[in-house]
Design a protein around this ligand. Structure first.
Ligand SMILES: [Zn+2]
Length: 101
């Protein structure tokens, strides 16, 4: 890889650049940080559209397992809630029909 500070080629496992002394390990840590909480907005999107959460889960599964897990979790919650609402809806229709007859 190349040093992000001076641009010289350094060892892939180097923690500090041998040319300028800048810590290059930070780049790896920053990349690892991209795998984390997906945030309220994306979590809400997965909750409202479980299919989106499922797709994100499959896309992220290999590269960002933490994000994938969270997206999958919200998708599952959204899916369960939609089924619960559907059952309540059917029950309401049923009771309304019963009251009519
Ligand atoms: Zn350097």
């Amino acid at each position: 890889m190349y040093c992000p500070n001076c641009g010289k080629e350094i060892d892939d496992r180097a923690v500090v650049c041998v040319h300028c002394g800048v810590a290059v390990k930070q780049i790896g840590t920053m990349n690892a940080d991209t795998d984390g909480p997906i945030g309220c907005l994306l979590g809400g999107a997965c909750f409202l559209v479980p299919l989106l959460g499922l797709i994100l889960y499959l896309v992220w599964n290999s590269t960002m397992p933490m994000k994938a897990k969270e997206a999958g979790k919200w998708a599952l919650i959204g899916f369960i809630v939609s089924i619960v609402f559907y059952v309540i809806y059917i029950a309401a229709i049923g009771s309304a029909a019963m009251a009519y007859y």
